[in-house]
Design a protein around this ligand. Sequence first.
Ligand code: DQA
Length: 147
Amino acid sequence: KPVLVLNGPNLNMLGKRQPEIYGRETLADVEAACRAEAARLGLGVDFFQSNHEGALVDRIQQARDANSAIIINAGAYTHTSVAILDALNAAELPVIEVHLSNIHRREPFRHHSYVSQAALGMIAGLGSQGYLFALQALARRLADAPQ
Ligand code: DQA
């Protein structure tokens, strides 16, 4: 069962968007790195990005049956979306939250995360490497508790 890697609004702009904060890699680069790491770990991976809150909720609902775990960078919806939190809680899947930037070092409005309420853990500030660490954590967890 593949791990679902979800990316929220403006993450399609990666590489062009404030590279001093988010780096020069594109989302396609991040996807390729995730696919390579997942293959190394023996995991499948589904990748999905949307700028629309409802589309992210729909994808999380689908994951309930079809996926083994979720890695999510909800972008700005991290700080605003009770709907995404509710969908993650309803999915009853292991969730790891990722942020490219260190949200706790930035503006106060980025310090609170709704997603964290549903997450096993959060990786922030390590750039795209955070997604790979999340895959490693899930690989170990899924091996310990096969579903
Ligand atoms: C982000 C941090 C959010 O505060 C911001 O709105 C993003 C990206 C990150 O990956 O660092 O869009 O989730």
